[in-house]
Design a protein around this ligand. Structure first.
Ligand SMILES: C[S@@+](CC[C@H](N)C(=O)[O-])C[C@H]1O[C@@H](n2cnc3c(N)ncnc32)[C@H](O)[C@@H]1O
Length: 261
């Protein structure tokens, strides 16, 4: 049996697909795709005669039998998720159910929403001396979270905080974050980043909720709370002349060595 490919489609734009993802989609005989978040343009890369199934209205109980049936029928099956499948992608439950049926999978990574948002803003989320940690999380919502991961605990670190799936809870999120970050901390709000109707704005934390509400955001929104977003930064050690490392060991200056090497 050919393993099922669980593929990350990236944030939306077709040219943010990896080459491997594009290859798997173009060779799919069966494509099950998360149509609420994946661009139809990407699904259209699949062969015209392939079987294409939208999954936004299906349950896991409906999706798994289709995957098993088509895979056991010898087809090349692709399960397409938005962003990177390892983040809020219902990956484990699908892999486990398929393993129970004796089916192998491969997972193809994708560009996640936080990466696309940071790239659009040309923002580094790990600036030396300022922030060296990124936290990827979500508001509790209906799914809930382990108690140790509550927003209070995560916010208290002061890291670059990327919050998924939380536009509907933005008032509550802002209120909690204001206890730990200054009210002027920049917040990037990214809606449908990399899609044609993308909207990205950077606002102070105290306006995170009102800016979201004014724009009517309730889905496909990613928040990044981080002092790095508007920082002019300090320089990293990596490219500092006095910092030696494996690829730039101490230079001995002799007649054969030039200083600008
Ligand atoms: C079910 S989760 C999947 C996340 C996805 N696996 C990833 O790595 O980006 C969906 C959430 O991801 C975020 N998201 C996905 N695509 C986005 C985009 N293009 N722009 C902004 N946020 C996005 C939003 O927070 C959305 O509610």
């Amino acid at each position: 049996m050919i393993p099922i490919s669980i593929v990350g489609a990236g944030p939306g734009a077709i040219d943010l697909l990896t080459l491997r993802a594009s290859d798997r989609i173009k060779n799919a005989e069966v494509l099950l795709w998360a149509d609420s978040l994946v661009s139809p343009e990407i699904a259209r890369l699949a062969p015209k005669d392939s079987e294409q199934i939208k999954t936004s209205s299906l349950t896991l109980e409906e999706i798994i039998p289709i995957l098993i049936d088509r895979c056991k029928g010898g087809k090349r099956v692709v399960r397409l998720h938005d962003g990177d499948p390892c983040l809020y992608g219902a990956l484990t439950e699908q892999i486990c159910a398929l393993a129970d049926a004796g089916i192998e999978v491969e997972v193809v990574p994708g560009v996640s929403a936080y990466q696309a948002t940071a790239a659009t803003l040309k923002a580094e989320l790990t600036i030396p001396g300022l922030v060296q940690t990124i936290v990827l999380t979500r508001a509790e919502g209906r799914t809930g979270k382990p108690q140790k991961e509550n927003l209070e605990n995560l916010a208290s670190i002061g890291a670059s905080l990327c919050i998924y799936l939380s536009a509907r809870h933005v008032e509550e999120v802002e209120k909690t974050l204001l206890k730990y970050y200054s009210e002027d901390t920049p917040v990037a709000i990214g809606y449908r980043v990399s899609w044609e109707d993308q909207w990205i704005n950077v606002v102070p934390l105290k306006k995170m909720a009102s800016a979201s509400r004014d724009r009517g955001l309730n889905r496909t929104t990613l928040y990044i709370i981080s002092p790095t977003i508007t920082s002019t930064g300090s320089r990293s050690k990596l490219y500092t002349p006095s910092h030696k490392h494996l690829f730039r060991p101490e230079k001995t200056i002799n007649s054969n060595t030039q200083l600008d090497e």
